[in-house]
Design a protein around this ligand. Sequence first.
Ligand code: ATP
Ligand code: MG
Length: 301
Amino acid sequence: MPLVRQRRHLNLRLPEPSVPKPLPLPPSSTAIAPADLEKLQVLGHGNGGTVYKVRHKRTGAVYALKVVHGDTDGASRQEVRREMEILQRTESPHVVEYHGFFEKPSGDVAILMEYMEVGTLETLLKSSGTFSEPQVASVAREVLSGLSYLHAHKIIHRDIKPSNLLVNRKMEVKIGDFGVSKVMCRTLDACNSYVGTCAYMSPERFDPDSYGGNYNGYASDIWSLGLTLFELYVGHFPFLPMGQSPDWPTLMCAICFGDPPTLPQTASQHFRSFISSCLIKDSTQRWTASQLLSHPFLATT
Ligand code: ATP
Ligand code: MG
């Protein structure tokens, strides 16, 4: 059978040889290239990378650029890629906004994101002192709205702590640093890998058998948030006395075998109940983000 007839039968259209191939579209006016950006200052150093404040040379817009260099270990570069993949698919006023990803032949990788002028809750706690109950309630509302969004999209953050919650000039709090986050493939996908910051890790992440069986990870973000909010109110990590740095074996024993920390008597009844609902050791009994959003502490404070 002649070739042309065969193609007609399969309903394929041959390209016209006389028509030139269309040129690739020019980058859209919103796409940002690394050469468009100038570094203004270092905002912070993290695990294997540096975060810079950068300005777009043409538009003057300011962003944060997280760079991990090619000579850094592969795990850190993998974390930035993972963070990019998650930020790319999230769109929430409670999650730091994503603007682009760059990869150089040298192996350097970088994420461009929204610049959060005030920094993190950790820096705010150091510079402005402890938070009042209404201030804690306002942080709780914003972070829980973010977690409720992420969990509904099967994303677990896995590293909620004061230094990963960013604050902008309007004093809005947004979830950042998704380097160790995970997207669950199935609703009950078990998630037992050892990642995140140990201090804020829930009992079931050390010992899944004792604290909730087939641990799925969402409840662990709530535990970490409970410790974070507690810390904003008292000014130090709840499992340690003021000024003491962690001795990991002792800390791990306190998290797994001790009672959860409780707020001082100066805290209101609703606040104490709210924190206790975040710090229930059995992960299956711990409140979810959407349940906590209707807790009386948030309704009345
Ligand atoms: P760590 O291991 O300490 O969590 P990391 O490598 O995971 O660090 P990030 O937490 O993303 O990196 O960022 C490190 C620091 O850079 C933050 O603590 C914060 O001070 C600053 N930073 C990060 N992102 C932003 C942003 N979007 N706007 C302003 N500052 C930021
Ligand atoms: Mg961080």
